[in-house]
Design a protein around this ligand. Structure first.
Ligand SMILES: Cc1ncc(COP(=O)(O)O)c(C=O)c1O
Length: 415
């Protein structure tokens, strides 16, 4: 049978996930990978989790092996409200403000379903978290891509775009701004306090929702912790997304949506048709884990390790790339990523072939754009390579850059 004529317009729009394709090549012997945005498995609390998992299956199987409510396990919701009070100083929540999802990725998909039609507009950062692009693309909305500066989205550009929509009589089609507030994926950037407040002002003036996606906030290793946009706005028009993926384990597939109760009710309707409920087993394991252990205390050694790796990586970047003119990189204060911007003329996707020969992997920046990409960029993660590999990998990155420049006739200016 020929299947082509049967496919939906939506599925034909989906491109394969380039990161997954690229990472397939990351397993060969001797490869140093700056590619994966995944936690180091050695940091998973294996013993504690296995004991709790065993107890949950033996003693709570009537709940943990059964279907659960779409909203999520009440025990987990209770624990999460407690955590938000303690660590985020958010006190305005009850059970109706929370929904558990199958990872934050599902939350993004749900939000696309709840808010976006083909004639809708939403603003996203440029670059954008690839998974958000994939989730929203399924609704085929109009994007307004806002460049990132060192302190987050350029809000002057956002406002001028909003004014344009207002003039054209389309502002009611503008639904939300999507932002990764802390240690952005892929760019490593944090939205400053001033910009958080300004974004809320704009949201009030132009009547839109803010989606604050924050998987990395708990992984701050330096600098001052900032209040969430949700906290600053007391949740009036902000939807906060959290996940267990970077603080406990991505395999549990647990995300958390925190929002106004009316919005949560709509999201519950959208989720019902997707999976009825998220895994009751992993939710109950996470709930019991949080009851016995302090989630954020548990990850302190991991954060310490990430900071040491970040410092080592920044040192290596200075050593091996610091003398090249017109090259920049982000110094993250937390999370897993830095973002390198090479001089004009570089195409990091094309350069990837040379990188593979040199046995290093990074993620070419062009994968992180919903519109015209900036091809001279790359995402680099420092959390998985060892200290020696961070040094050696950065040295090989220098060689890769030099070889590509030579091949393309780019004059690499040295300071
Ligand atoms: C910004 C951002 N949002 C959402 C997700 C999805 O996370 P989850 O594992 O909770 O689905 C990720 C994963 O890397 C991410 O970086």
């Amino acid at each position: 049978m020929k299947f082509e004529s049967k496919y939906s317009v939506t599925v034909n729009r989906i491109k394969s996930n380039i990161i997954r394709e690229l990472l397939k090549t990351a397993t060969a012997e001797g490869i140093i990978s700056f590619g994966g945005g995944i936690p180091d498995p050695e940091t998973f609390p294996v013993e504690k989790l296995s004991k709790i998992a065993n107890d949950v299956i033996m003693n709570e199987y009537k709940v943990a092996l059964q279907y659960g409510s779409t909203e999520g396990d009440p025990e987990l919701i209770k624990q999460y409200i407690r955590l938000l009070k303690k660590y985020e100083d958010i006190h305005c929540l009850n059970e109706e403000n929370i929904m558990i999802t199958t990872g934050s990725q599902q939350a993004l998909f749900i939000l696309g379903t709840v808010f976006l039609d083909e004639d809708s507009y939403c603003a996203v950062s440029k670059p954008i978290y690839l998974g958000a692009g994939s989730a929203f693309n399924q609704r085929n909305p109009n994007y307004i891509s806002i460049p990132l500066e060192k302190d987050g989205m350029n809000l002057d550009i956002l406002e001028s775009e909003l004014k344009k929509l207002e003039k054209e009589g389309k502002i009611d089609k503008f639904k939300f701004v999507y932002t990764v507030s802390n240690f952005h994926n892929p760019a490593g950037i944090t939205l400053s306090l001033e910009k958080r407040k300004k974004l809320i002002e704009l949201a009030e003036k132009y009547d839109f929702i803010i989606i604050e996606d924050d998987p990395y906030g708990a992984l701050r290793f330096e600098g001052e912790k900032l209040p969430s946009i949700f906290k600053l706005n007391e949740g009036k028009r902000v939807i906060l997304l959290n996940t267990f993926s970077k603080v406990l384990s991505p395999g549990l597939r647990i995300g958390v949506i925190i929002a106004n109760e009316e919005l949560i009710r709509k999201m519950v309707l959208a989720k019902q048709g997707m999976d009825l409920c998220s895994s009751t087993l992993t939710q109950r394991i996470a709930a019991r884990f949080m009851e016995k252990h302090d989630l954020f205390e548990e990850i302190q050694p991991t954060i310490k390790l990430y900071k040491e790796k970040k410092d080592k990586f920044m040192e290596a970047l200075d050593k091996y790339l610091g003398d090249i003119e017109d090259i920049e990189w982000i110094h993250p204060e937390g999370g897993l990523f830095s973002w390198i911007i090479l001089p004009e003329g570089f195409d990091t996707m094309e350069m990837f072939e040379i990188a593979k020969e040199k046995k290093i992997i990074y993620i070419p920046g062009e994968t992180f754009y919903v519109e015209e990409p900036e091809r001279n960029t790359m995402r680099v993660s420092f959390c998985l390579p060892s200290f020696e590999e961070l040094e050696e990998g950065t040295k090989r990155l220098r060689e890769t850059i030099e070889e590509y420049a030579k091949k393309k006739g780019i004059n690499l200016k040295i300071k």
